[in-house]
Design a protein around this ligand. Structure first.
Ligand code: APR
Length: 309
């Protein structure tokens, strides 16, 4: 294919992302992992599905960064998930080290790539990727808002018993407890959701959205969500690879927008061939703005614990 995508981390999110990108024929895919055999096995298995599914994308699995050379897009899902006894800060330190290492290796081979970061804690890992790569902010983007919005859209569609495709939602802020869902910018076939549901119900669905990742972890017992996260990554990847210029909530490095400076946070952006082509500054109420600011302060505090402020 014309385009080449590297997915680093062949776990649940990485492998499912590779599958979605190959099946949509967005690009040839290189799946890379540190564990020997896993990326090779999953890559070959995925490629062997292509005659049946009828897609024409080459897929390979590897541990060798040289195979990733000249990628248009590098998706970072490598990391560990939180184990019993591991503090949030332990997870932070471990994943920062992993993301730093993989980004360093990847950008050496693909200096013109766009980096799409998925590893948690998301907004902080984006900062690590930006620092290590030395890339401009247009080219280092985090996936969170599309996933959080998809969860909010799903819950709204279930509540209203309408098609999920009718529901359009906007979720800003950090990926975590401090995310900022915006009901005023959430519509059902163009109708603001605030006209369709009582505030109490909207608040309940917002609470469920904030807790969306944990809800899946509690059900699965081991491991975390991957179908919806990989779908969200694939939508962002498609907008970039096909230069669709979709407006999607994404984690972006702000330089004064919304009165926030020097931190990654979820905001609506236009994604095209150049990566982030525009950061949209929408009008926020006082409450929404202060929620966004406190979300940004949370990210900043985590960054300073990492010594990256
Ligand atoms: N280089 C390459 N791959 C690595 C490295 C490394 N240095 N360190 C870990 N990995 C790989 C692991 O071997 C594993 O295959 O990253 C993969 C992570 O996969 P999973 O444990 O299945 O985690 P997953 O559910 O895919 O989530 C990955 O995405 O949504 C986020 O919170 C999630 O941070 C997590 C990430």
């Amino acid at each position: 294919m014309e385009k080449k995508v590297t997915v680093i981390g062949a776990g649940n999110v990485g492998a499912t992302t590779a599958q979605r990108i190959a099946e949509k024929e967005l690009a040839d895919v290189v799946l890379l992992d540190v564990v020997e055999g896993i990326p090779q096995g999953k890559g070959l298995d995925l490629f062997e599905s292509s005659p049946v599914e009828g897609f024409n994308a080459r897929v390979i699995g590897t541990q060798d960064y040289d195979e990733t050379r000249d990628s248009d897009l590098v998706i970072v899902t490598a990391g560990v998930t939180r184990k019993p006894g591991m503090s949030r800060d332990d997870l932070l330190m471990t994943n920062a080290k992993i993301v730093g290492e993989v980004v360093e290796q990847a950008v050496l081979r693909s200096p013109d790539a766009i980096l799409l970061v998925v590893t948690n804690p998301l907004d902080v890992m984006c900062a690590v990727a930006k620092k290590v790569s030395g890339f401009p902010r247009e080219k280092v983007i985090g996936m969170a808002g599309v996933l959080d919005s998809a969860r909010f859209r799903s819950f709204l569609a279930m509540e209203l018993d309408v098609s999920v495709e009718n529901v359009s939602a906007m979720v800003m802020g950090g990926h975590g407890d401090s995310m900022v869902p915006l009901p005023r910018y959430t519509t059902v076939a163009g109708i603001p959701v605030t006209q369709l549901l009582p505030q109490k119900t909207i608040d309940e669905l917002i609470r469920r959205t904030r807790n969306g990742g944990a809800e899946i972890v509690n059900l699965l017992k081991s491991g975390s969500a991957f179908y919806a996260p990989s779908a969200a990554v694939a939508e962002m990847a498609e907008s970039i690879l096909k230069d669709q210029k979709k407006i999607l909530p994404s984690s972006a490095y702000l330089m004064g927008e919304y009165g926030i400076d020097g931190v990654y946070i979820g905001v609506p952006v236009k994604l095209g061939a150049g990566g982030i082509e525009q950061i949209l500054e929408i009008e926020l109420s006082e409450t929404e703005r202060s929620l966004l600011h406190s979300s940004a302060e949370d990210v900043r505090a985590t960054l300073s614990r990492l010594g990256q402020s």
